[in-house]
Write a protein of this length. Structure first.
Length: 365
């Protein structure tokens, strides 16, 4: 048996730290990707109980699922759509959609009128991410349509940073300044927003001046920022699985794929019932986008080779080194000096929670 163990007290501590970092901003709890792997419903309910001001999802199904499970907090759907069937579900479930085009606005205006409801929405601005949202030269057209809306209330405006994880990246400041300029254009036309937000988890800590009326906290809530520094956040989640098999290998015996590891002596090894398909981290490289990227990856790999950093799991109160490459469904571990039996548990902290399949049990402590 295996399970993803979620420490709720750490989520609580992380939220408190975020609030202390940006005390004048509301907190939008981002729960996309099955709550970053924590489990969409329990994670969301915990955040609501702690007083987050709003939840945010990337997929409509997530928003509807939250409503079906009794969550009545405001839910922001961050991905714009003008699909008629989706608009119907958005209005019916009182979900706050992002709107990124005139077509979106008109679609929701029509659907809200049809259902006899009012709908809150947030304007999404493309300040340099390229994925979706109003372009800067489309703002005048948006203003004209917004002034004629009767059933859609524009309560917020937001944008998405393309490199918030890089403190020195100049585009961050440029995006923020463009965002503020566009807000002023709306305000000059008498359109004001209750909630303005551009800062995500990384920006909360690297660019705190971007914390406006609200910030979007996702990976920060589980203490897993894609940064070297963790700013006092606590990592949430570890994988617990059983040791299926224990055996002894002779010296110089290959262990795992690609012949990357050979036993240096007679070795007691165990096979843990979890692999990279269960979220256990293994080294992967993104394809280089430029010559500069190629150099960066080369230097990174040289550094890894020189350091020869070992990966461990925990068996009882002892650390067990991982041997060779992590396999899809299991991981081979060094059990020398560790008293254990098949069926005992191994704990892996070096995991990527949102890659842990939703079929795997979540255990909340």
């Amino acid at each position: 048996m295996k399970s993803l163990v979620v420490e709720l007290d750490k989520i609580t501590a992380n939220l408190k730290l975020i609030k202390n970092t940006v005390p004048n901003s509301k907190i939008i709890g981002v729960v996309k990707g099955n709550g970053y792997g924590m489990g969409l419903i329990p994670f969301s309910k915990h955040l609501v109980s702690l007083g987050v001001d709003m939840l945010a999802v990337a997929d409509l199904d997530e928003g509807v699922f939250l409503r079906e499970n009794g969550i009545d907090a405001e839910i922001l759907l961050m991905t714009p759509t003008c699909d008629g069937s989706k608009a119907e579900a958005i209005v019916a479930n009182s979900i706050t959609p992002a709107v990124g085009s005139v077509e979106d606005l008109l679609c929701f205006e029509e659907e809200a009128a049809k259902q006899g409801r009012e709908l809150n929405s947030h304007i999404l601005i493309d300040t340099g991410f390229g994925r979706d949202g109003f372009m800067p030269d489309q703002i005048e057209g948006a203003i004209k349509v917004i002034k004629g809306l009767k059933n859609v209330n524009i309560t917020g405006i937001f944008s998405h940073l393309s490199a918030s994880f890089n403190k020195k990246e100049k585009s961050n400041k440029a995006q923020f300044e463009l965002f503020m300029e566009i807000i002023r254009k709306f305000e000059n036309e008498g359109i004001y927003f209750k909630v303005k937000h551009i800062a995500n988890s990384c920006a909360i800590f690297l660019h705190p001046y971007m914390a406006l009326d609200a910030v979007r906290a996702g990976s920060a809530l589980i203490g897993r920022l894609p940064l070297k520094e963790n700013f006092g956040l606590q990592r949430v989640g570890y994988l617990k699985c059983d040791i299926e098999n224990i055996r002894t290998l002779p010296p110089k015996h290959n262990i795992g794929y690609s012949n990357l590891y050979k036993s240096k002596c007679e070795m007691k090894i165990g096979v843990a019932n979890a692999g990279y398909a269960d979220g256990i981290s293994c080294a992967r490289s993104n394809p280089p986008l430029s010559f500069k990227d190629c150099l960066r990856y080369v230097f990174r790999d040289i550094k890894r080779y020189l350091k020869r950093t070992k990966t461990y799991c925990q068996v009882g109160d002892k650390k067990a080194p991982v041997l060779g490459l992590v396999c899809m469904s299991n991981t081979i571990i060094d059990l020398r000096g560790i008293d254990c039996s098949p069926g005992d548990f191994a704990r892996f902290d070096n995991i990527i929670p949102f890659l842990v399949d939703s079929s795997i049990k979540r255990e909340y402590i």
